[in-house]
Design a protein around this ligand. Structure first.
Ligand code: A2P
Length: 411
């Protein structure tokens, strides 16, 4: 066990600005609102943080897991951290502070056992997931990829301008797994004259490449022209990516993500629940399974996919060509003329029998990706189908989280 720190010494929790991809996961996860951000950095307030560690496992990059022994009175304040471009080095403590007095109280920000998880999903990968590589390329050492494809995957006459973009890495290694993401550094500067921070995108291709055996990967990118409230807004990175031409160069960092990973053992079943561009990791996982149909090792695939209309559902054509005995497809369309509005959670309830059957199998993992608002709806639907059969959802939910079998990636 660690000896308690002297009262005037703080093990200060810091975020590495060079690795952080500003995905907001830590701020959302912190149970006591100790994390805040501005347009430059995400930072931890030393006055509030109690070192509970709740934010550490969900961080896709590990930028959150930095600690410095500090004299408490000299702790880095929020304003100072917001201005950082890199983490300061370790400082030697004065000898009087370094010596622990007998019976010293544990420090308030000394990491303690994690608080009970309130996260909707797991913070660990499935037991059989392959080992992911993360942070091979950072803001300081980005890699240059070449655009080898960029085409629209939604109907040309629709508002949803979603692109399938293929990036090639040439001779440089860029190992990835389905469910991981990469960061794109858009060129130019923000309103404060600072280089734009990276934007994170999930991979839409499997580990062996968009084209099997090639050193490339694909992304599913929606051109952002309005904010969540519907007001006009220009998405810096999404517009940059959607407008790229073949042979353009792109600055890439990553890969990121060590939990939203697929199981790697034979006969693992996947329940995939997504809306819009949340289909990217589902495409990657489905393609991984499709490429190994011949092995006979696949478990079952059950997909719930939500979009406004068929024409706004990315990859509609190729998806519908997949054999029905390979993947069970359930489309929830919310604005299709002449049809009732359907959300993915409605279809989960409609298919309660098959959902329950798969949930009862410990070889089943569930992946949810897409709109933030879907999280509650999906959890309620899973709870309802479980409870209809007289089972206790809270016990199953805990097991799914503990065993890395329920994963959320929402925005
Ligand atoms: P809606 O027609 O009500 O917006 P988008 O095209 O904006 O990316 O959305 C993808 C799909 O997700 C749409 O069908 C949208 O329906 C649906 N959606 C919106 N909010 C929710 C929610 N809270 N739960 C599930 N699906 C939702």
């Amino acid at each position: 066990m660690n000896a308690p720190l002297p009262a005037e010494v703080l093990k200060q929790h810091l975020i590495d600005p060079e690795i952080c991809i500003r995905c907001n996961t830590c701020e959302e996860t912190c149970p006591i609102k100790a994390i805040t951000h501005d347009s430059n950095n995400y930072v931890v307030d030393p006055e509030i943080c109690n070192g509970c560690m709740a934010c550490v496992p969900p961080c896709p990059t590990g930028a959150i897991d930095n600690w410095r022994l500090m004299v408490r009175a000299e702790a880095y304040g929020v304003q100072e951290q917001l201005g950082w471009e890199e983490l300061p080095g370790e400082k030697a403590l004065p000898e009087t502070a370094a010596a622990a007095p007998a019976g010293g109280e544990p420090d308030a920000q000394q990491p303690v056992a994690p608080a009970p998880s309130t996260a909707p999903g797991a913070t660990v990968p499935p037991w059989s997931a392959a080992h992911p590589y993360v942070n091979l390329y950072t803001h300081k050492t980005p890699m240059t990829a070449t655009v080898v494809g960029n085409y629209r995957v939604t109907g040309a006459d629709t508002e949803s301008d979603i692109h399938h973009i293929v990036l090639d890495f040439g001779d440089l290694p860029f190992p990835v797994l389905e469910g991981q993401s990469i960061g794109i550094l858009p060129p130019g500067v923000d309103a404060q004259g600072r280089a734009h921070h990276a934007r994170q995108y999930s991979l839409a291709s499997p580990r062996d490449g968009e084209r099997a055996g090639y050193n490339n990967l694909s992304l599913t990118v929606k051109r952002v022209t309005e904010d969540h409230a519907g007001a006009a807004a220009h998405g810096v990175c999404s517009n940059y990516l959607c407008d790229l031409a073949k042979n353009d160069k792109v600055q890439v960092i990553g890969p990121f993500g060590h939990t939203f990973l697929m199981p790697n053992h034979p006969r693992a079943n996947l329940i995939m629940i997504c809306t819009g561009t949340g289909s990217a990791p589902m495409r990657a996982m489905t393609e991984r399974y499709r490429r190994r149909i011949e092995t006979g090792e696949n478990g079952r695939l059950l997909l719930f996919f939500g979009a406004r209309t068929e024409r706004e559902l990315p990859y509609f054509g190729p998806l519908m060509k997949l054999p029905r005995d390979f993947i069970d497809i359930n489309l929830a369309l919310s604005r299709e003329a002449g049809q009732p509005k359907r959300y993915v959670q409605d279809l989960i309830r409609d298919r309660a029998g098959v959902v329950r059957e798969l949930l009862a199998d410990r070889n089943t993992c569930i992946y949810v990706c897409g709109l933030k608002g879907m999280e509650v709806g999906v959890l309620d639907a899973l709870r309802d189908v479980t409870m209809q059969a007289g089972q206790d959802w809270s016990i199953l939910h805990d097991a799914l989280r503990r065993e890395g079998r329920l994963h959320f990636e929402t925005y």
